[in-house]
Design a protein around this ligand. Structure first.
Ligand code: HSE
Length: 431
């Protein structure tokens, strides 16, 4: 039986999960694959740190370079995270002819074009199932199972922490801050949850999915990204009153001219849509292909074991790749003329929440600005107030471009009767 030497870079939650599950299912994997994995080296930042998963002390090193100089190591698994150390390591690994497996979404979203180009030149694969949606095998699905399709749209709930927070704001009426504190105390959110709540963790995953599906690298600076950190309990409540739930939705959509829209932001979706039933820390991807039609994928987007499941699936791919090398792996550029639609030109319905004075003429001024911009209002909610002072005003808006809608919202924000920064969210009816 073949033995495949592995160098593991990083022994945190996911790295130790890979080690633990390779050990636990060693015999099963060997039977299924006709090959054995041998972890030969584990690179960590410090040797003294206590480990939740035991591994022989002799495997550990603080020198990432040792993973590249051992000729018996044919596969390196990068689970360091971040870009500073991971980027030079992955570059060097490809140059050294190692197969690379990575779960690093930020690395691929920011440097995928360069790394896949290098991998193509060196004819060595990069596998990255764990980088998007944790345990859901969406990369292999888009790359292989749906190879017959042009993708009309891919919508995802790709950040479990945000989804947990939004679920608690919806179901228990919590404020954002209290829901975040709860997510942290349960260990769902990182101690520094910035990338989770500002939308960028999900955006990195959306960039990878969009690039894979459409065959050209989407640049992060061209993607509209907003997080859930400015949402209030009121937004969630008004959305519910209107028949919607708020989700941090990743939207990837092609129009008739193959211009691709990629955005990640809090979005109102109908309560009846299947993605509205994705609660707590779960992730989901709902896509439409021209051949397959609609398809839904649901599962755990984070956590030690689900993410390790995806890394080990990539290890299984290496067995095939080593036996019969292919021309191209991981990322195949195909739509060389693919182009990203500028976020200002994307069209959507909108939810606009304002805080306004309760005086005559306020609604007329706001409606006037929207009317002059050619933007239609589909409904209005203004709860009656028995207290003095400003009160919320919610407008649902017919289709408009983001550019036109943002400009109108800025004009509305400058009115004397508008007392706080407006909240503007797209509404996705999946039509
Ligand atoms: N922190 C992410 C989440 C998982 O909450 O879904 C890793 O990308």
């Amino acid at each position: 039986m073949d033995s495949i030497g592995i160098g593991l870079a990083g022994f945190g939650t996911v790295g130790s999960g890979v080690y633990k599950n390779l050990e636990a299912n060693r015999a099963l994997l060997a039977q299924r694959l006709g090959a054995e994995f041998e972890i030969r080296r584990i690179a960590v930042r410090g040797l003294a740190k206590p480990r939740s998963v035991p591994a022989p002390a002799g495997l550990f090193t603080t020198d990432l370079g040792e993973l590249l100089t051992d000729p018996e190591i044919r596969v390196v698994v990068e689970l360091i995270g971040g870009i500073d150390a991971a980027l030079p390591f992955v570059r060097d690994a490809i140059r050294a002819g190692k197969i690379v497996i990575t779960g690093n979404k930020a690395l691929l979203a920011e440097h995928g074009a360069e790394l896949f180009q290098l991998a193509r030149e060196r004819r060595t694969p990069i596998f990255y199932e764990a980088a998007v949606a944790g345990g859901i095998p969406i990369i292999k699905t888009v790359r292989e199972a749906f190879i017959a399709n042009r993708f009309e749209s891919i919508h995802g709930i790709l950040n479990g922490t945000s989804n947990y927070i939004l679920t608690r704001m919806t179901d228990a009426g919590l404020d954002f801050a209290d829901a975040l504190a709860e997510a942290q105390s349960l260990g769902y959110a990182e101690a520094d949850p910035t990338l989770d709540v500002n939308g960028w963790d999900a955006a990195h995953k959306a960039i990878i999915l969009a690039s894979l599906a459409y065959g050209f690298w989407v640049r992060s600076e061209d993607v509209y990204v907003a997080g859930i950190d400015r949402l209030t309990r009121d937004d969630v409540k008004f959305a519910a009153q209107l028949g919607y739930v708020v989700k941090l939705l990743s939207t990837i959509k092609a129009d008739a001219s193959s211009a691709i829209e990629v955005r990640v932001c809090p979005t109102l979706i109908p309560k009846s849509h299947v993605l509205a039933s994705v609660h707590g820390v779960f992730n989901a991807v709902w896509l439409r292909g021209d051949v397959v039609g609609e398809a839904l994928f649901y599962g755990r987007g984070a956590g030690q074991d689900p993410t390790a499941s995806s890394v080990i699936a990539d290890l299984a791919e290496t067995v095939v790749a080593l036996k019969s090398p292919r021309r191209c792996y991981g990322f195949t550029s195909h739509d060389l003329y693919g182009k990203l639609k500028p976020s200002e030109d994307a069209v959507s319905q909108f939810y606009l929440r304002l805080l306004v004075d309760d005086t005559p003429g306020v609604l007329a001024q706001i409606a006037g600005i929207l009317g002059d911009a050619g933007i239609g209002i589909s409904s209005v909610i203004q709860p009656e107030s028995h207290e003095p002072g400003p009160l919320p005003l919610v407008l649902m808006i017919h289709d408009a471009t983001f550019g036109r809608m943002r400009a109108a919202a800025a004009e509305i924000a400058a009115l004397g009767c508008v007392k706080a920064e407006p909240t503007l969210l797209p509404v996705e009816n999946f039509t």
